[in-house]
Design a protein around this ligand. Structure first.
Ligand code: GSH
Length: 280
């Protein structure tokens, strides 16, 4: 029986980062699925582990670890298995540069689209707005209350969405350029930067088909397919329970043609919502 428990939602974004790092290292752990849309992260039993009520969190014996990127670094240093940081100091700097850029600047923009088009509508469909208001009032962090209210009541402004869209465009161009320099994101060694980046970018050919495809971003597509082909990635995405994780199957296609912007995240997810296909 492992003395490691990971509390996580879908293999996606912050939850997926330590999940994939543990699997790449070959570390056995107990997986504790926190259903974010059922507000498991705000229940007393989870607040006893992470009083902030956010996921992921990991326990290792009596140690409690939070913050997805810091957990990944802990996992890499604490456990045996393949090294996920490059040997060269400049390469390690590049790993950390990219992780900081993604965590602070790019991921919040992807997240805004995810909360507007996936989390908000699914939560409303599952609970109705009155129940949600009670659930939101129990959230410990004021900034998470704000994010939930915006998602539930459709309060993300046009200006916010436009700025997030701009950042996603800039981030995709930067990723494409960097991946033209090395095999993996930060160097020629597979690293935590790739684990972090894949969690952010695996569904881009579906959500941003005009920006990420085999014509415009061949380096990104090569990189995404190479990560998807790794046994750890396959095992990790099998832990997904919603449509969110199953989007990874787009990477099984050998060629993804550019599509119109209107076929991207908003219209794609809206039509799936209409057909009730978002949970499985
Ligand atoms: N910086 C933290 C962010 C944690 C976080 O905000 N996680 C989101 C999910 S990606 C969450 O727990 N949301 C739950 C909620 O807002 O109720 C990390 O990287 O672990």
């Amino acid at each position: 029986m492992s003395d490691i428990t990971l509390y996580h939602w879908e293999p996606n974004a912050n939850s997926g980062k330590p999940m994939l790092a543990l699997m790449e290292k070959g570390v056995e752990f107990s997986s504790h699925y926190i259903d974010m849309l059922q507000f498991d992260q705000h229940k007393p039993e989870y607040l006893a582990i992470n009083p902030q009520g956010t996921i992921p969190a990991m326990t290792h014996g009596s140690r409690v670890l939070t913050e997805s990127t810091a957990i990944m670094e802990y996992v890499n240093e604490e456990f045996a298995g393949p090294e996920l940081m490059p040997a060269d100091a400049q390469d390690r700097w590049r790993v950390r540069w990219w992780m900081k850029f993604m965590d602070q600047w790019l991921a919040p923009s992807f997240s805004m689209f995810g909360w507007k088009f996936f989390v908000g509508p699914n939560a409303v469909a599952a609970h109705g707005k009155d129940k949600l208001e009670e659930a939101i009032a129990r959230i410990p962090l004021p900034e998470r209350q704000i994010a939930w209210r915006k998602a539930v009541y459709g309060l993300f402004s046009e200006a916010e969405m436009a700025e997030s869209g701009r950042r996603i465009g800039v981030g995709i161009r930067m990723l494409e350029q960097e991946l033209g320099q090395h095999q993996w994101l930060a160097s020629d060694t597979y690293s935590l930067a790739d684990v972090n980046g894949f969690n952010l970018a695996y569904a881009m050919p579906l959500s941003q088909p005009h920006l990420a495809n085999d014509e415009v971003t061949p380096n990104i597509m090569r990189w995404l397919r190479a990560i998807y082909a790794r046994p750890a990635t396959r095992a990790c995405w099998k832990l997904g329970r919603t449509h969110m994780a199953s989007r990874v199957a787009i990477l099984e296609q050998d060629y993804i043609a550019p599509k119109d912007e209107s076929e991207g995240i908003s219209s794609g997810i809206r039509s799936e919502l209409d057909s009730g296909a978002l949970s499985r």
